[in-house]
Design a protein around this ligand. Structure first.
Ligand SMILES: NC(=O)c1ccc[n+]([C@@H]2O[C@H](COP(=O)([O-])OP(=O)(O)OC[C@H]3O[C@@H](n4cnc5c(N)ncnc54)[C@H](O)[C@@H]3O)[C@@H](O)[C@H]2O)c1
Ligand SMILES: O=C(O)C(=O)C[C@]1(C(=O)O)C=C[C@@H](O)C=C1
Length: 367
């Protein structure tokens, strides 16, 4: 039986291990510096076998996946270069930037097997093995970044395995191209979200109404500011050039808005928002979930006993059936947010109207 080892059983590594175990015939091993994560992964049946020592974990491996923060991934690669891996072993990673790690692997002349950079474009602000789930990558793009020297047969082998395991859409990109694009749609937004939260947190220190009044807009826009600081530190450090360029453009963009506001230019201000709305509505849809698209909304509820039952009862009385219900944990204060998923858009609309009529605040996100 062929062996796959996931190094780092957190959100992404745990999800990948689950996918490999559920959807392939591979013997799936997990390695993590944290004994607790390995214990949890074994207990949840995420892996066939867990390790906290590297050498026995990677021996005889046919596939190795590095799923640790980028700084740790570079150090793990150096350690792997000291072992004699199987010559046909494929080593990949899931890191959010690709240029630096691909270059690093290329320089490690003793590294056995073939290294192919990888990055699933799916994730969460949550981290750790407890946040892992097997549908995380479904229908998401999964980028592979081979270099010209990488044998095509190995790229195909990895691509087929990942497609089978994760049901993601595999795409191939040059590492630098990947870093420029992902810098704009992921790294810059994370910086903006964190900067905004820090700015408002500063105001809130002397006046706590700032956080208390924060509603959908602030919360939607800043969800990702709850992400793992070490992971994001490593992402910015490993994508310095692209991020600096993007930040310069962002400053120009903000200066332009400042100018419009300072001039009181109504027409141009409206145009600024109109252009963004049109562009946002043109984003390609990403349908998640087994087969069905998600018809979902978020409802603010007081964090009190019986609140979930009250919402479910209201909907039940209208004959609206729920496909899924979840409690979001991203509220710092006393209220909570329920995520409701319906089978059809019609049911979603009906539920929205019913809940609003009963005084609930309902948010429907554009897909
Ligand atoms: N979180 C996301 O949304 C997301 C999405 C795509 C890719 N990624 C990338 O995936 C990688 C992992 O991120 P995550 O969100 O799964 O993080 P995580 O914190 O959930 O998991 C990381 C795991 O690695 C372990 N670990 C850390 N250093 C280690 C070391 N030296 N040796 C062994 N184990 C070690 C930790 O104990 C933890 O279990 C990062 O490189 C990140 O850039 C993250
Ligand atoms: O959904 C989130 O919370 C994420 O931040 C996921 C996200 C992203 O920016 O889209 C974060 C980093 C990854 O490299 C890929 C995906």
């Amino acid at each position: 039986m062929k062996k796959a080892v996931v190094l780092g059983i957190g959100l992404i590594g745990g999800s990948l291990a689950l996918c490999l175990k559920e959807n392939t015939t591979l013997d799936v091993h997990g390695f993590d510096a944290s004994e607790e994560s390995i214990r949890l992964a074994e207990a949840a049946g995420m892996i066939h076998r867990g390790h906290t020592e590297l050498k026995p974990a990677v021996e005889e491996a046919d596939f190795l996946f590095l799923a640790v923060p980028l700084g740790a991934a570079a150090r793990l690669l150096e350690q792997l270069a000291e072992f004699s891996l199987k010559p046909d072993c494929i080593i990949s990673d899931v890191g959010s930037t690709k240029g630096q790690i691909v270059q690093h692997a290329g320089r490690l002349k003793n590294l056995g097997g073939t290294f192919i950079g990888g990055h699933p474009m799916a994730g969460s602000h949550r981290s750790g093995v407890q946040a892992a789930h097997s549908l995380l990558f479904e229908n998401a793009y999964y980028v592979l970044t081979p270099v010209p020297e990488t044998p095509m047969s190995e790229v195909q082998k990895l691509s087929r395995l990942l497609e089978e395991a994760t049901r993601a859409r595999l795409v191939i990109m040059a590492p630098d191209h990947h870093d420029r694009v992902v810098g704009a749609i992921s790294h810059l937004p994370h910086i903006v979200a964190a900067g905004l939260v820090n700015q408002v947190a500063g105001y809130n220190e002397s006046n706590e109404w700032f956080f208390r009044l924060a509603a959908g807009g602030f919360r939607d826009l800043t969800r990702v500011a709850s992400s793992h600081p070490v992971m994001w530190r490593d992402i910015l450090l490993s994508n310095q050039k692209a991020v600096l360029h993007l930040l310069d453009d962002w400053v120009v963009e903000m200066k332009q808005v400042r100018e419009l506001v300072s001039k009181g230019d109504a027409e141009e201000i409206e145009m600024f928002f109109r252009q963004a709305k049109e562009a946002r509505e043109g984003l390609p849809e990403r349908k998640k979930g087994a087969i069905l698209p998600e018809y979902e909304c978020y409802v603010d509820v007081p964090d009190a006993p019986g609140e979930i039952a009250k919402v479910a009862h209201l909907l039940g009385m209208e004959g609206i059936s729920l496909r899924n219900i979840g409690v979001m944990e991203n509220r710092e204060d006393r209220a909570g947010v329920l995520r409701l998923v319906f089978h059809t858009g019609e049911q979603l609309e009906k539920a929205e109207a019913r809940l609003r009529a009963s005084g609930y605040q309902v948010f429907v996100l554009d897909s």
